[in-house]
Design a binder for this molecule. Structure first.
Ligand code: HEM
Length: 473
C-alpha cells in the first residue's frame, strides 16, 4: 500500500493542479537546484497532474542498474502510443540482434560508414567553388539527412539508400512519430493519462497516423531489397539474402520462410531501429559541430590531430577502423559536447514494484522516477574543476573515451540497458567530424558561442548560422 510507504518528500507548491509544472518547464535549472538544496538528493514534484520523483546522483545507479524495479521502456510506453505507432519498439530481440550481429563487428561496417558519410556530407554541405564560403542555417536538418544516408546504407542496403524517399523516411520517421509527445499533455491535468487515451483514439480511428506513409515506404524498399539476391539485407549483417535465408535461427525469430516474408513486421522493426538511432545520433553530432564552430580556438589543434590520423587513410581517403583510437582529442571533444548537452533531467523510468532506495525512501509500483542529469554532469566531484565550463580536452588526461558510461556519465543510460548503439553512434560522429575538420573551416555566423534551444528540461541543437569555408591545403 502506497500509504504505508516512506515516500520521498513532495516539494511544496502554491498553485493547485498546475503544481510544479510551470517551474519545471520554464525555469528547470534553477528550480531543481533549489529543490535539491532544500530537500536533498531525492524528492517528488507534481507535474502534469502526477507526482514524479527526481533522483539525484547518489541514487541514479540504483535506477539504472535494477531493471527488475525500474524500466525506461515501460515509462515511454505509458506516455506514448508505441503499440500503435512504433510496434517494433517493444521487440526486445532488436537490441539482442544488434548486439550479436552488428555492434560486435563494427569494423565490418567502418568502410561503408565512411564512404556514405563522406559522400552525403559533400552532397548536403555543398559550398560550391574552391574559395567560396557559405552560411548554413539549419545544421540539425542537414546532419539528420547525412546521418540518415549512413544508417540507411548500413541497415537497408546500399541500393535502396540511393532513393530520396527512403532518406526522408529515415530522417523524418522519429520527428513525425513523436508529434504526439510534442503536444503538452494538458488533458493530464484533468485526469492523468487522458492525453495518451485521446491520442490513441485519434490514431485508432484513422483520423491521424503520422507513421503510415513511412511504413509504406519501408515495406516497398524492404521488398525491393529482398527480391534481389546478393545484396546486404536489412539490418541483418549477412552479405546476401540467400545467406540470410540459410540462417534458420534468424528466420525463425522473424517468422521468415522463403515463401512467406512478413514485410509489415520487418518494417516495424526497421521503424524501431530508426527511432533509436537516427535522431539521437544526429542531435549529438550537430551539437558537436556547433560546439566546435562556437569555439574556433580549438580548431587548429583538432585539425593537426586529424592530419596525423589521416596519414593512415588509403588512396580513397578511407581510414582503417583502428584509426578511431588515434582521434583522442576529437573523442574528448565529443564527450565534452555530450556531457554539456544541456539535459537537466530526463530518462524517466516506471517503477515496476515497490522499491526501497538505499537511504530508506520508498517508491510504489506504478510510480515514475526521473534522473537529475545536472546533478551528475555538472558536479565538481564527478567532473573535476569548473564542471560548467566547456573544456574540450579534459577527458584526454583522464583517459576516458566518449563511450564510457558510469557514475559520472549517463547520456547513454547505464546498467544492463545502457545504449548498445553508443559505439556505433560515436564512430559515426568521429568519422563525420574528422572529415569536416579536414575539409572545412567552420565558425558561427554570430562569432559567439551558440547555446542549444531549451525545451523544458531538454534541449535541441541551435539553428544558428554556421559559416563553412573550404580549407586551403
Ligand atoms: C548519440 C546517440 C545515442 C544516444 C545519446 C543514445 C541514448 C540511449 C539511451 C539513453 C538509451 C536508454 C538506456 C537505458 O534504458 O538506460 C538507449 C537505448 C538504446 N539504444 Fe541508444 N542512443 C544513441 C544511439 C543509438 C544508436 C545509433 C543505436 C542503434 C544503431 C541505438 C540503439 C539503442 C537500443 C537498441 C537501445 C535499447 C537498449 C535496451 O533496452 O536494452 N542507440 N540509447
Amino acid at each position: 500500500m502506497e500509504l504505508n510507504l516512506n515516500m520521498p518528500p513532495l516539494v511544496r507548491y502554491k498553485i493547485p493542479i498546475i503544481g510544479h509544472t510551470y517551474s519545471y518547464l520554464f525555469n528547470c535549472e534553477e528550480f531543481l537546484k533549489q529543490c535539491k538544496k532544500e530537500y536533498g538528493g531525492i524528492y517528488s514534484l507534481y507535474i502534469w497532474g502526477r507526482v514524479i520523483t527526481i533522483v539525484g546522483k547518489e541514487y541514479t545507479q540504483e535506477v539504472l542498474s535494477k531493471d527488475d524495479a525500474f524500466s525506461f521502456t515501460a515509462a515511454f510506453h505509458k506516455k506514448f502510443p508505441s503499440d500503435l505507432l512504433l510496434k517494433g519498439l517493444s521487440d526486445t530481440s532488436i537490441a539482442k540482434l544488434l548486439k550479436e550481429h552488428v555492434f560486435c563487428k563494427l569494423n565490418f561496417y567502418s568502410e561503408r560508414m565512411q564512404k556514405s558519410l563522406y559522400s552525403a556530407t559533400q552532397k548536403y554541405i555543398d559550398i560550391g567553388d574552391y574559395d567560396e564560403s557559405k552560411v548554413f542555417n539549419n545544421m540539425h536538418h542537414l546532419i539528420t539527412r547525412i546521418i540518415s544516408n549512413t544508417i540507411a546504407n548500413i541497415f537497408i542496403g546500399e541500393e535502396e539508400s540511393q532513393y530520396e524517399e527512403i532518406i526522408t523516411t529515415f530522417a523524418e520517421f522519429t520527428s513525425d512519430s513523436v508529434i504526439f509527445l510534442m503536444v503538452p499533455p494538458i488533458l493530464d491535468f484533468i485526469y492523468p493519462g487522458l492525453q495518451n487515451y485521446i491520442n490513441r483514439i485519434i490514431i485508432k480511428s484513422g483520423l491521424y497516423n503520422p507513421t503510415i506513409k513511412h511504413q509504406a515506404i519501408l515495406i516497398k524498399h524492404i521488398k525491393n531489397q529482398a527480391c534481389k539476391p546478393n545484396v546486404l539485407f536489412l539490418f541483418i549483417p549477412l552479405r546476401t539474402f540467400a545467406g540470410l535465408l540459410k540462417e534458420v535461427h534468424i528466420m525463425e525469430q522473424y517468422g521468415f520462410d522463403s515463401n512467406n516474408v512478413n514485410y509489415s513486421s520487418l518494417a516495424d522493426k526497421m521503424g524501431a531501429l530508426i527511432f533509436v538511432s537516427v535522431r539521437t545520433t544526429s542531435r549529438n553530432c550537430t551539437n558537436a559541430l556547433i560546439d566546435l564552430a562556437s569555439r574556433p580556438e580549438y580548431m587548429q589543434e583538432l585539425y593537426e590531430e586529424q592530419l596525423v590520423v589521416h596519414k593512415e587513410a588509403d588512396k580513397n581517403g578511407i581510414l582503417p577502423f583502428e584509426a578511431l583510437n588515434e582521434m583522442k582529442k576529437l573523442d574528448s571533444f565529443i564527450r565534452e559536447s555530450f556531457r554539456l548537452t544541456g539535459f537537466i533531467a530526463g530518462l524517466q523510468h516506471s517503477v515496476l514494484k515497490d522499491y526501497t532506495f538505499s537511504n530508506g525512501l520508498q517508491v510504489p509500483n506504478g510510480h515514475s522516477v526521473e534522473i537529475y542529469f545536472d546533478d551528475i554532469h555538472q558536479d565538481e566531484l564527478l567532473q573535476g574543476p569548473n564542471p560548467k565550463s566547456f573544456e574540450p580536452f579534459r577527458h584526454v588526461d583522464a583517459n576516458v573515451p566518449a563511450s564510457k558510461i558510469g557514475k559520472n556519465f549517463i547520456l547513454f543510460g547505464g546498467g544492463k540497458h545502457a545504449c548498445p548503439g553508443r559505439h556505433f553512434a560515436i564512430n559515426e560522429i568521429k568519422f563525420f567530424m574528422h572529415n569536416a575538420i579536414l575539409k572545412y573551416n567552420f565558425r558561427t555566423e554570430s562569432g559567439k558561442i551558440e547555446e542549444k534551444k531549451r525545451i523544458g528540461p531538454l534541449t535541441i541543437p541551435s539553428s544558428c548560422g554556421i559559416i563553412f569555408e573550404k580549407r586551403v591545403k
